[in-house]
Ligand binder design. Structure first.
Ligand SMILES: NC(=O)c1ccc[n+]([C@@H]2O[C@H](COP(=O)([O-])OP(=O)(O)OC[C@H]3O[C@@H](n4cnc5c(N)ncnc54)[C@H](OP(=O)(O)O)[C@@H]3O)[C@@H](O)[C@H]2O)c1
Length: 145
């Protein structure tokens, strides 16, 4: 997106730690006239998402109106199905389902160009990749629902 027409990108994640090569890339985009900023936000927390959207939609934030969402947040807690726990299901489901829903609620009245969610073909039961990713697959499927 940044290599094409996108000028403003807000990157969200729970932790502000990024790999050095990513920091370098962000710096180089900003030096090239783009506006890329990394924010700490848990997208599964609706109140925090509201606060974030209010702040980024404020003209003083330096960002224009939100025009698109790329929802790639996800965690995997891989293990064979019989070894999975409820807490593993909840923590994997939250960023996918609550995160998608929160971002949808906050952007549904905006004129978006795109709202993209990253799922997996394995959520349809194809089991093409890793045999221990059942919970991740179920959560990807829930997200689509
Ligand atoms: N890589 C694959 O082969 C593959 C295959 C199928 C589907 N996918 C899907 O594609 C997406 C991206 O995959 P990836 O491999 O790039 O994953 P990744 O490297 O693990 O990146 C996921 C990002 O989501 C962030 N995140 C997790 N929970 C969050 C939350 N509650 N709020 C905000 N940010 C959160 C993580 O940062 P923090 O931990 O700092 O929050 C991390 O930066 C995922 O949704 C994944 O399910 C990937």
């Amino acid at each position: 997106m940044l290599r094409n027409a996108a000028k403003y990108v807000a990157i969200l994640s729970r932790s502000m730690e990024v790999k050095p090569e990513i920091s370098k890339q962000i710096k180089s985009f900003n030096e090239g006239g783009k506006h890329v900023q990394h924010f700490e936000l848990d997208v599964s927390d609706f109140e925090l998402c509201c606060e974030f959207f209010n702040s980024i939609q404020n003209p003083e934030s330096g960002f224009p109106k939100v025009r698109g969402v790329m929802h790639a947040a996800g965690v995997s807690d891989d293990a064979m199905f019989v070894d999975q726990s409820w807490s593993s299901f909840v923590s994997t489901n939250k960023p996918k389902v609550d995160g998608s829903w929160n971002l949808h609620l906050l952007t549904e009245k905006l004129k978006l160009e795109h709202f993209v969610m990253f799922s997996s073909i394995d959520s349809f039961g194809a089991r093409l990749a890793w045999p221990g990713e059942h919970i991740t697959d179920i959560c990807n499927f829930n997200q689509l629902g």
